[in-house]
Ligand binder design. Sequence first.
Ligand code: SAH
Ligand code: SF4
Length: 390
Amino acid sequence: MPADAPITQDLLTIPRKMPEGALPNLIGLRREAMAAELARIGTPEKQIKMRVGQIWQWIYHKGATSFEDMTNLSKEYRALLAENFSLTRPDVVTRQVSKDGTRKYLLRIAGGHEVEAVYIPEKNRGTLCISSQVGCTLTCSFCHTGTQKLVRNLTAAEIVGQILVARDDLGEWGKPAGDKRLISNVVLMGMGEPLYNTDNVRDAMLIAMDNEGISLSRRRITLSTSGIVPEIIRAGQEIGCMLAISFHATTDEVRDKLVPINRKHKIAELLQACRDYPRLSNAERITFEYVMLKDVNDSDADARRLVQLIAGIPAKINLIPFNPWPGAPYERSDWERIESFAEIVNNAGYASPVRTPRGEDIMAACGQLKSATERARKSAAQIAKDIEGL
Ligand code: SAH
Ligand code: SF4
């Protein structure tokens, strides 16, 4: 790509019209939107607020998959709902379970598109990593998802639906909020750039945080972005979840190559948005993700520059050993290099856990996600050419 090539979203046009015969989905609607739908089918004005609460609890607390299940609604009203609406979730196409317990779900959504979600069980928590787009329009050169050509934004229903199908699979309906839940945390670190789909991500996450929704605390949801600065500001105001930045380089020259959106929003501008992110404190820190690429961004000088750049921002640094994929133009840094980098970061006072790759045997690790049917991958030679031209 020439250096001055515009970075566009280039999304496939999504038909706004519902497919023939499909009923509007009640999943993924915020309260006001659901209230409007219920009013449209003639629900008495006075009952609407209560009905929304009841339906939300059936969907998000109890995992109801049909209106028939909603036994505290009258038979007639259930029938009316079923005539007018659906409760459509993504279909689970395959579920792979890794040796280490990680579960990767391949999900099919409207239009036959596929996305992946990954469940990562840990000692004190369980994290569900969800996708926000089919593919990604950005082309970070180390990321498998970025090589996928086909892209569309997920709807709010498809985003929150990933949590619903994972809860189905893990059998955890009706459990109170908190760390006793198998899915105690959600991270938007799957396929796609969440801040190129901010409205739908916001709606889905507001449902995830709502007490009548999934009831996850704001602090248990982390949104990872490559650095779409204006949208970071909006996410802070409208979502308020935890923020992770895919930082990956300490000079604009290198970051331009690794994370091409950097050509539009430079490191200084990105860090200013981080400094301005609301509610930052020691308890609510920004995570800086840093993928360790051999001989590209992993020197001691890089580590020192990194801590200088983020000085003053309540932060943790998450070092991610590069996860290879077929045709990838990079190698993972050696362990000694990663350790030396981590030591500099630690000595500067930052927690810097090295993210152990999980689910490697099922290609479920960070940046390896890619739909099974979308094989229109650029060739390794094409990727190498693109990088050269940057
Ligand atoms: N688009 C968002 C979220 C999805 S990527 C973003 O870029 O932040 C989630 C994380 O995995 C990001 O930090 C991304 O840079 C990282 N990642 C992508 N490809 C990777 C790879 N091959 N190995 C390790 N980490 C990778
Ligand atoms: Fe997209 Fe994130 Fe991959 Fe970059 S790292 S191509 S923004 S999914």
